[in-house]
Design a binder for this molecule. Structure first.
Ligand code: 5AD
Ligand code: SF4
Length: 462
């Protein structure tokens, strides 16, 4: 069964976009995106709608008349930040005749809605992750009915996949493509299954159409996004491996990346497709979370330390130039010093290109919240620092290996920190800054690497 928002409903929303445009108001909008790449991709959709309404994007809240918070609930610090920012807006709301919208994962948490209702009267529209496509209708209702109280439209049923609304891409050469929403895994620490619902995959035809259009428009690199991409399953007999193989055939697309796969679902067919492709990135994100089989079990990850290492070995056998990156949580309830040593052991064995490290943060409503053996903050930070020291050392070593080599890179644009430099990326995802003419942007070129600066490399055109 294909679950999609009906075409008539999408048309309905496009009509709202047009109606807002004919209101003829000149408004600026500012969007604050927190969290992961899926949220960034959702924000590109919201920006696409707002641009089509005739509005202009600005970077600073103080120049905006519409502000959207696209929020993240993955860890506590992400949640705290957004309330601070909401507080700051209270003073300029009236002056700017501002409409404040609260969207994203935090909107799906009942305690957050309660908190906004109680203490943040400045918020005008609250919508969740399942009904983002209804934003034009909500905004129209708010704009045309000034007396109307706050609009709250948050669904606790899984929203269907929708196609056909505008997207404002950040870049012409690279595009993020959401291939599925939601997660069925219920890792015991994770809020995602509660705020994003169950897995729903987009139809391959829709994805292939979108990528073909992007390629015609000059896009070179695509990043496939989903909470658990290798359980992509749009229908019987079509898997993530099939999708990769079909995307691999699209002329013009040179680089295909994906994130995140789940180690337990990383099957041989996907390994084979990567091995046979010249386009699919050799940098494979393989979230470990913990190196201890005991902790992995209480995290409900579905693999042991040995199974994880065996998967990496099988990948390396078929793809000898594969490089790994990972996510690790330190200080999960019940984690002993011995368990933590197991994590360090896997990190050493895997020789990761990059380790994304997180201190365990309690999430309301998850199974881990109620577990025994929560770890004191000082032990968590001490373990975090030890892991960081190990990962930093490995990163430096891996960066050193590039110095003196020639690398094929895709030039992404101007460097964010120095407008006189261009920034590019190697196939292994390393940033390379170099001096060169702006017409190289969007092209693949070769650069000689002359030095490394931990987070980036410096290169020259030979
Ligand atoms: N505490 C700390 N880190 C978490 N992550 C997910 N939930 C939590 C949590 N409650 C991390 C995982 C995941 C990454 C996106 O965020 O490592 O892979
Ligand atoms: Fe969260 Fe686990 Fe799903 Fe990833 S796989 S989103 S960590 S529940």
């Amino acid at each position: 069964m294909i679950n999609k928002v009906p075409e008539s409903e999408i048309q309905n929303q496009i009509e709202y976009i047009n109606k807002i445009k004919t209101l003829g108001e000149k408004r600026n909008y500012c969007i604050n995106t927190m969290g992961c790449k899926l949220n960034e991709a959702d924000s590109e959709k919201l920006c696409g709608m707002l641009d089509s309404m005739g509005y202009t994007q600005v970077e600073e809240f103080e120049y905006a008349n519409i502000v959207i918070f696209n929020t993240c609930s993955i860890r506590e610090n992400a949640e705290e930040k957004v309330f601070g920012k909401l507080g700051e807006l209270k003073n300029i709301k009236e002056k700017n005749n501002m409409i404040i919208c609260f969207a994203g994962c935090m909107s799906q948490e009942p305690h957050v809605i309660e908190k906004i209702k109680k203490s943040y009267s400045q918020v005008d529209i609250i919508f969740g992750t399942h009904n983002l496509y209804k934003f034009p209708e909500m905004l129209y209702n708010k704009l045309t009915n000034n007396n109307q109280k706050r609009i709250v439209d948050v669904w606790d049923i899984d929203g269907e996949i929708y196609e056909g609304l505008p997207i404002k891409r950040q870049s012409k050469t690279q595009a993020s493509i959401i291939i599925m929403n939601g997660c069925n895994n219920f890792c015991s620490y994770c809020i995602v299954p509660y705020v994003r619902g169950r897995e729903r995959s987009r139809q391959p035809e829709d994805i292939l159409f979108e990528v073909n259009e992007l390629a015609k428009d000059g896009c070179k690199e695509i990043l496939l996004l989903g909470q658990n991409v290798n359980s992509y399953n749009p229908r019987e007999g079509y898997s993530f491996a099939n999708l990769l193989a079909d995307l691999d055939k699209i002329d013009g697309i040179d680089i295909i990346k994906f994130t995140s796969p789940h180690p337990k679902d990383f099957k041989a067919d996907v390994i084979d497709v990567i091995a046979n492709s010249k386009k699919i990135s050799r940098v494979i994100h393989l979230p470990l979370q913990s190196g201890s089989s005991k902790v992995l079990q209480s995290m409900n990850r579905g693999y042991t330390k040995e199974e994880y290492l065996d998967l990496a070995k099988r990948i390396k056998e078929k793809i000898p130039d594969a490089l790994f990156t990972t996510d690790i949580i330190v200080g999960f309830p019940g984690e002993t010093e011995e368990d933590f040593e197991d994590t360090l052991d896997v990190v050493r064995k895997m020789d990761y290109e990059q380790v994304f490290m997180f201190i365990y943060s309690v999430r309301k409503g998850t199974r881990a919240e109620k577990m025994e053996g929560h770890i004191p903050e000082d032990i968590k930070s001490e373990r975090f620092n030890r892991l960081k020291a190990l990962a930093d050392g490995m990163l430096e070593e891996s960066m050193n290996k590039y110095v003196g080599t020639t690398q094929r890179v895709l030039v992404e644009g101007e460097s964010k920190t120095n407008k006189d430099m261009l920034t590019a990326r190697t196939s292994s995802n390393k940033i390379v800054n170099f001096e060169g003419p702006k017409d190289l942007i969007g092209k693949e070129i070769e650069l000689k690497i002359v030095s490394q600066h931990v987070w980036y490399l410096k290169g020259i055109i030979e």
